[in-house]
Design a protein around this ligand. Structure first.
Ligand SMILES: Cc1ncc(C[n+]2csc(CCOP(=O)(O)OP(=O)(O)O)c2C)c(N)n1
Ligand SMILES: [Mg+2]
Length: 893
């Protein structure tokens, strides 16, 4: 969205005509009030269009503070004291980074970001951000990630963090503990609530958090409050698609509980955000266009008299013509430069500042550094009704670093400053710091009974306590919970169903359960019908804050599209990023709101981990609980859909996420055991883990649960079907998972009938769990050489298992290979490495070489390698099985 730049100055007679119109307008405002004036403008606009006059479109307002000084709420605090507190926070934040990098070269950290956002944080801390208490849920805050030093420095002043902890900034493994580089609830679970430093994730998470708060209220799960969700963002951060990608949801849902504060310091890491444009105007247009309440805080109080003088509007016009690159340069230059370049080009504008000294011009403050302007903006934002608010606050990156970094392109990376800069920094912010304190960059905290600490604490007391602070507020579930899924242990009695259908049946059951029913949050990104979930529309309704304002087209059908204000399903539309953000809000509600909501987010498995991995990583950091269901899973099980849809990757992508439990069940009872245990672990025992379970759309008869298989299902493998002839000389162990288990079972028959090989079949429900178990055992053995070694579960299972070993999976071959080293002998692994394609299941399994015939062949070939059979037998088998040995390699085709 380009910002319109007016470069042609207007002629005097044109100006006069305009002024006359403006005067008439002023008299309308005076006599009939602003409402009537606004109506007249709207009518005028329609009239102009009807008359054929093109009205220039702009989503922008002039380059001015949105709140006129006459409408500014008065600042209620002690400005001088707040300034002193802020200066102390600034100093300690700077000291933290500088000290850390003195001790450990290149340990990193950021100075200049907090430099720019300090006032925006401080005003919020002193006057707005409400803590969570017993009686009030509090506000939810997403702090700009790399401004973390400022949040730590404040927690040091309020007495929650020690100098030792500050000393160990970015040294988390130091004795006594340190502080994490950025907000990470995983690392600081009593402090940070939400991870924010992967740019763009916090805005989308904040939007869906605000919506989830409304969802909980509309469903009667929590009281209606005026609590807010605040997200402090960088202006460069708004380039991320996730940052702006969901803003229309916020306005559509009228989320007036949501406030974005964009720290518009005009710079990102490498240089200007919009050197050739104007980021504030650009963001204003985007947010206004999306229906947000936009509050620009561009100019500080120093500018008010100038705008008062500017009766012609020429100053405003002139200021709106500069590009950000010019503004950035002006910050680094002298007052004379500002006079010449900012005011100078138009002599009429220049005249407005003729009685200003160069120093005064240089010191004209930006809105985001002026507590009065910031307070007024926040006050307007929290009082605004009907839409979300974004505050676009103009700041200076590296504020206070002077020539060492203020407004400079290199400032983002600055971590070391010399003593002169430190001295100037102290002077600039009115701190009396001794030379030795400067030399050592000492932390500085006035005593508890100092006016600063007393004031700061009093402010926080009024707001309910300290922020940020994370606490698990929910009580564990207590119900019996073990017989919910009993019916699924019996199998389907020959009826062909898919694991997806079984999952939907389980979901229905859970939704009806008296204890957990209300807590279930089904989340779908426009795929409910794909997964056969449409029956739930009617059963529990689709959440809509507006209810249903229309008669649905399928009203006369049993399963009509029912939207309701207390609907339970979050039908997110086509946004996996939005859906996972809802998942994170619901999966962390046990801490945020003290409510054990249990999210089930079901999606096309290829568009899950692969599409929104970083958000799932953030979910883990958030200590999220809940279930991710990868539907239509399996590279060869989802027929027809082809390369972009067929997923053979997600179980590999699930490996790196430490708290994610990944399962690839084949049968309904396996799925039931896994979900049941998941609820037990997460919601009764309180483990901060979450689940990724793949479900397929291939229908087949679900067998009953074999006795004694529960433990193995959860640990990752169990012997599903032993060989019928254990005495055979030719033996094999076969491993299958998900839908491919059935190919393995067919191979078991083939091997026995045609080749006299007796094979045991194992269902491997989780390679990830087996891998984790093996790794853990190895680590323990490494560190405890004198003790009895631990035996990995895989080795335990296979200790007595005879014969050759063959695994087949619908995912990459690397999965079975992960655990092969704990097997008693070498493993032959079949898998689906390569691009999928549109075909039938049978053809795909032939193409990827994972069907019963290839499994049979792999067993024969392993027996050949062991010298148990002749090559001719294997050669003949290739022919008999109808395998084309000359076919293309799926990995490279
Ligand atoms: C997804 C992602 N990409 C890149 C980075 C690295 N990074 C950290 S800060 C930063 C620049 C931030 O600029 P802005 O949002 O304007 O914040 P400022 O520091 O200017 O307040 C970048 C690129 C990141 N943290 N996350
Ligand atoms: Mg920036």
């Amino acid at each position: 969205m380009a910002t319109e730049r007016v470069v042609q100055p207007l002629e005097i007679d044109e100006l006069e005509e305009i002024w006359e119109w403006l005067e008439s307008f002023d008299s309308v405002v005076e006599q009939s009030g602003p409402k009537q004036a606004s109506r007249i403008l709207a009518e005028l606009r329609n009239h102009a269009l009807a008359t054929g006059v093109q009205v220039p479109f702009t989503a922008n307002t002039p380059f001015l503070n949105t709140i006129h000084v006459s409408q500014q709420a008065p600042f209620p605090g002690d400005q001088e004291l707040e300034r002193r507190i802020k200066s102390l926070v600034r100093w300690n934040a700077l000291a933290m980074v500088v000290r850390a990098n003195r001790v450990e070269h290149n340990i990193g950290g950021h100075i200049s970001t907090f430099g720019s956002i300090a006032t925006l944080f401080e005003v919020a801390f002193n006057h707005f951000l409400r803590a969570r208490t017993e009686d009030f849920e509090g506000d939810t805050v997403y702090f700009q990630g790399h401004a973390a030093p400022g949040v730590y420095a404040r927690a040091f002043l309020d007495g929650r963090l020690s100098a030792q902890q500050l000393e160990n900034f970015r040294r988390e493994l130091k004795p006594g503990g340190g502080l994490s580089s950025y907000p990470h609830p995983w690392l600081m679970p009593d402090f940070w609530e939400f991870p924010t430093v992967s740019m763009g994730l916090s805005p989308i998470m904040a939007i869906y958090q605000a919506r989830f708060s409304r969802y909980l209220e509309d469903r009667g799960l929590k009281p209606v409050t005026d609590s807010k969700v605040w997200a402090f963002l960088g202006d460069g951060e708004t380039d991320e698609p996730e940052a702006l990608g969901a803003i229309t949801l916020a306005s559509r849902e009228r989320l007036d509980n949501l406030i974005f504060v964009v720290n518009c310091n005009l710079q990102r890491l490498d240089g200007p955000v919009r050197g050739n444009g104007n980021i504030i105007q650009e963001l204003e247009a985007a947010f206004r266009g999306a229906g947000w309440n936009v509050i620009k805080v561009i100019f500080g109080t120093d500018w008010d008299p100038l705008f008062e003088r500017d009766t012609t509007g020429l100053l405003v016009k002139r200021l709106g013509e500069h590009v950000d690159g010019e503004y950035q340069k002006a910050v680094t230059e002298s007052g004379a430069y500002v006079r010449e370049h900012v005011f100078g080009p138009d002599p009429r504008v220049l005249k407005l500042v003729e009685d200003y000294s160069d120093e005064q011009l240089h010191d004209l403050r930006q809105g985001g550094h002026d507590p009065k302007k910031v307070y007024a903006a926040y006050k307007a934002a929290v009082e605004h009704k009907g839409s979300p608010t974004v505050i676009l606050a103009r700041t200076i990156k590296g504020y206070g670093l002077g020539e060492a970094g203020e407004g400079r392109n290199v400032t983002h990376q600055q971590k070391k400053v010399d003593e002169d800069t430190l001295r100037q920094f102290g002077e600039r912010f009115g701190l009396t710091i001794r030379e030795d304190q400067i030399h050592e960059v000492q932390f500085f905290r006035p005593p508890d009974d100092s006016p600063e600490v007393r004031y700061l604490r009093a402010c926080r007391e009024k707001l309910g306590g300290y922020v940020p602070r994370r606490r698990v507020r929910s009580k564990p579930l207590v119900g019996p919970g073990n017989d919910l899924f009993e019916e699924f242990q019996a199998g389907s009695e020959g009826r062909e169903v898919s694991t997806t259908m079984a999952f939907v049946a389980m979901l229905r059951k859970m939704l009806r359960d008296p204890e957990i029913g209300k807590l279930i949050v089904p989340i779908v990104p426009d795929e409910a019908r794909t997964f056969g979930m449409e029956s739930l529309f009617r059963l529990v309704g689709i959440y809509s804050s507006q209810g249903q304002l229309y008669e649905p087209v399928d009203m006369n059908t049993l399963l009509y599209y029912k939207e309701a204000k207390d609907g339970q399903i979050l039908e997110e539309g086509i946004t996996e990023a939005g859906s996972i953000s809802s998942f994170i809000a619901a999966g962390s509600a046990y801490a945020t709101y003290g409510i054990n909501t249990i999210p089930f987010f079901i999606f096309y498995s290829m568009f899950g981990l692969q599409r929104v991995f970083d958000l799932i990583w953030a979910a883990a950091d958030t200590r999220c609980r809940g279930f991710l269901l990868g539907g239509t899973a399996g590279r060869t099980t989802l027929a027809g859909e082809g390369l972009q849809h067929q997923d053979g990757n997600s179980h590999v992508l699930a490996l790196p996420i430490p708290t994610l439990q990944a399962y690839d069940p084949a049968f309904a009872y396996e799925l039931a055991v896994i979900i049941e245990d998941g609820i037990e672990r997460m919601y009764r025992k309180g483990e901060s883990i979450f689940y990724y379970i793949t479900v397929m759309n291939e229908p087949y008869a679900m067998p009953p649960m074999p006795a004694g298989s529960r433990e193995g299902i959860l640990k990752g493998m169990y012997r599903y079907k032993p060989a019928s002839n254990g005495k055979s000389k030719l033996r094999a162990q076969l491993f299958g998972s998900g839908a491919i288990l059935r190919e393995v079972l067919r191979a078991q028959e083939l091997l026995e009938e045609k080749y006299g090989v007796a094979a045991d079949v194992w269902s491997v429900t989780s390679y990830k769990a087996l891998y984790a178990d093996g790794v853990e055992a190895e680590r323990w053995n490494l560190l405890h050489p004198a003790e009895k070694p631990r035996v990995p579960y895989v080795s335990q299972c296979l200790a007595e298992a005879p014969g050759v070993l063959v695994a087949a999976t619908d995912y990459l071959k690397v999965l079975p290979n992960l655990i092969s080293k704990w097997m008693p002998r070498r493993l032959a692994a079949l898998g689906t490495d390569g691009f999928g394609r549109s075909e039938s299941r049978a053809s795909l399994r032939d193409f990827f070489e994972v069907d019963a015939r290839y499994i049979t062949l792999a067993v024969l070939r392993e027996l050949l390698r062991d010298g148990k059979i002749q090559a001719a037998v294997v050669q003949q088998a290739i022919q008999d099985l109808g395998i084309n040995a000359g076919k293309a390699d799926p990995l490279t085709t």
